[in-house]
Ligand binder design. Sequence first.
Ligand SMILES: [Zn+2]
Length: 167
Amino acid sequence: MALQSNFENFSMYGFAIDYPDACRVEFNSKSRREAGDVAFKFPDSAKIFLSWGELEKVSKRFGSAEEHADYSLDMMKKGKHVTNFERISRDTISMHTHKSSLNKVRFDEKTLKVFGRGKDLPREAYSLHVHCDKSNRYFVLYTMAPADSEGRVGRIIESMRESFHCH
Ligand SMILES: [Zn+2]
């Protein structure tokens, strides 16, 4: 996929984000204003997801977007296909006045063993957790990509993050 792809705007239910025009957009048709998800799929296996839900549901459990992110990453680490989980970076940033958590992790995905042979696939995942009290929603922007696409996907998600408007 060309890195110099143009970005187009995706906007609905009061939020907006720019995505590369090389992507296929898969909108979950059950999505509502209160909760839903959309996937941006690249011609290769890389995918970027944006999901949202009611802020009340997570703010009861987590005092901050950072705690929410820590919990999500912990669940990911415990996944049965995940091994060699490693946190590469953990930053707290401001997104439209909301204190948000930006994380990058690396892990190996165990693949199914066919006839005794299996291979671990190195993966990288970026995530952004935003708690938006203005729209009473939380947003999670995350990606799943092969580790060899590190720089490319990192740059794309940075552009998408910068374009994101939660309210
Ligand atoms: Zn907001």
